[in-house]
Design a protein around this ligand. Sequence first.
Ligand SMILES: [Zn+2]
Length: 256
Amino acid sequence: MPEGDTIHYAANRIRPVLEGHVPDEVATPHRRFERDRWPERLAGRAVTAVDARGKHLLLRFEDGLTIHSHLRMTGAWRVIAGGARASRVWLRIRRGDRVVLQLNGPVLELMTDSRTRLDQRIAGLGPDILAPEFDEATFLRRLRGDDPARPIGDALLDQRTIAGIGNLWKAEGCFAAGIDPWRPAGRVSDEEVLAIVAETRPRMQQSALDGKQKRFQQVYGRAGLHCPRCGPESTIRVRGQWEANRPTYWCPRCQS
Ligand SMILES: [Zn+2]
């Protein structure tokens, strides 16, 4: 699942290839970019930074141009050896024998830096759960400024409150902290909600380093199986929550 850790992992892989260097080649094979002339507009410009912000990735170039990407459920970043084959390529940036690929979009755009500072999808993001110093005060202020009747699992998906948590980490974080994702946010104490973050952050940090997100799955996608904590006493349940009816997984016995 492309969540904050996926994006930070991609940024960590792309950074040593591109940061501080002028790419040898920029290409946009997807037809939708036919008239956008990215190769011409980016020619001769060095990549100055590769930034992960929540679930957004920003490739910053000299002289104020930035490539903005959001993978939603379907996109991916890859760093491969030159010559290797890949399909569904929207963007290819080569430097030396390494190639950075963006596959399948679906949000991929070239914008000015000034626009990235105004665009609410980016500028409106809450504290990044993977930031070197997590901003607890802003997180709690935004959470408490939100609807207290909203289930806590739902509130944690709001990228304006905390950036980087998606459906998988919402379920795993609530499970790890023993909190029912359906409990209204107003009835979850600061200590409890910070416990969810404290459980989630090191797991995501590990995944951002090695890209192995799947090993942390205790409840996500495991509906009907025994709870890893309760054993045969309880099974993991699933039910839709919030927009697009995204499924929530939890154990009704050990999460209260
Ligand atoms: Zn349980």
